[in-house]
Write a protein that binds this ligand. Structure first.
Ligand SMILES: Nc1ncnc2c1ncn2[C@@H]1O[C@H](COP(=O)(O)OP(=O)(O)OP(=O)(O)O)[C@@H](O)[C@H]1O
Length: 317
């Protein structure tokens, strides 16, 4: 039995005008660290809210273990930990008071499940008497994670836990998730940072309420259908325009300081691209073949599935 199951789940807002979740189906295995990956507005929060029983879907079926999100909502609430995207703690309560509060509403004590939160809590314990609102972003995340864990949930739902957190804290946070997974907790986590995909066992790529792919990150990368090149020149915007209007070029988009591109004819290589760039008088031109990242796969899948497109000028965070 999967730990989480969604079958043809749809959700609209504003009397059907906003299709937030569109016929979504996937499941999460017991003990898995599963990532729901997509940009702002893709539908991630709506899915989390449906699974944690705070939002009703318009149609479809969703389960946590054997429990149905509609019929068994009370039982689910005791079984899952939920860390919503927006900071969910009481800003005026101290670190210790927040933790005590969450323990009390779940009818447990900090001591009862201390082993589970110990590693994380010890990092914020020196700030025990500080109001949660006065903690740094990384500290807030750690406290929110402790609060979500205080009743020893079987499944942990973390909605964008690393958004707005600095790079070091993000890395630490993912290490904490790895350790929790080793303790047998199933974790479903959402993120707009596509570089975090490789830290998950499996991922679902979501855009405009559609799931475009569900698999292991490496399997999704291996399926990228064409050689991918990274190119740059002095005037990168002119180069982007030139390549985008070039009939030999299949796709070209800005990616950090480079353009990432594929060609219509897979037999063509760097030499062909150098020739084209010379025709465009591109100065200081460089090109190299690269391994696709999840962002590249995401952009490719968006073109393939023809869902509404966000800004394609993706930058690695
Ligand atoms: N209560 C609501 N009323 C109307 N539209 C909503 C509501 N909640 C979400 N939406 C819309 O539904 C779509 C999906 O939103 P959702 O919050 O589920 O996505 P998300 O991937 O979590 O993005 P974000 O990180 O920006 O919250 C968006 O277009 C959003 O504007």
């Amino acid at each position: 039995m999967p730990a989480v199951l969604l079958k043809n789940i749809s959700k609209t807002y504003d009397k059907g005008q906003v299709k937030a979740v569109n016929n979504v189906s996937f499941d999460v295995e017991q003990g898995e660290l599963f990532g729901l990956i997509g940009p702002d507005g893709a539908g991630k929060t709506s899915i989390f809210r449906i699974l944690t029983t705070v939002l009703l879907a318009d149609s479809g079926e969703a389960k946590v273990g054997e429990l149905d999100v509609v019929k068994d909502y009370r039982a689910i609430r005791n079984k899952v930990g939920y860390m919503p995207g927006r900071f969910s703690l009481y800003q005026d309560l101290t670190v210790a008071e927040n933790l005590q509060f969450f323990a009390t509403i779940f009818k447990t004590s900090i001591e009862a499940n201390y082993a589970l939160i110990k590693d994380i809590y010890e990092q914020i314990k020196p700030f025990n008497n500080r109001p949660a609102g006065k903690l740094s972003g990384g500290m807030k995340q750690k406290l929110a994670l402790c609060c979500a864990l205080i009743h020893k949930p079987e499944v942990l739902f973390l909605d964008e836990p690393t958004t707005g957190v600095d790079a070091v804290s993000r890395k630490e946070f993912w290490e904490m998730l790895r350790r929790l997974k080793q303790q047998g907790i199933t974790i479903m986590v959402s993120t707009p940072y596509m570089d975090e995909a490789s830290l998950c066992d499996r991922i679902a790529l979501i855009q405009s309420g559609h799931i475009m792919s569900v698999d292991r990150p490496q399997t999704i990368i291996d399926r990228f259908p064409a050689p991918l090149y990274a190119a740059k020149s002095k005037d990168i915007y002119r180069l982007l325009k030139n390549f985008r209007s070039d009939t030999a070029v299949d796709s070209c988009y800005a990616f950090g300081e480079y353009l990432h591109m594929t060609l219509k004819d897979a037999h063509h290589t760097e030499a062909f691209i150098i020739e084209r760039a010379a025709q465009y008088n591109a100065e200081d031109f460089e090109v190299k073949r690269i391994t696709p990242a999840i962002e590249d796969c995401f952009i490719y899948l968006m073109r393939e599935t023809d869902v509404a497109k966000p800004n394609l000028n993706v930058q690695a965070p």
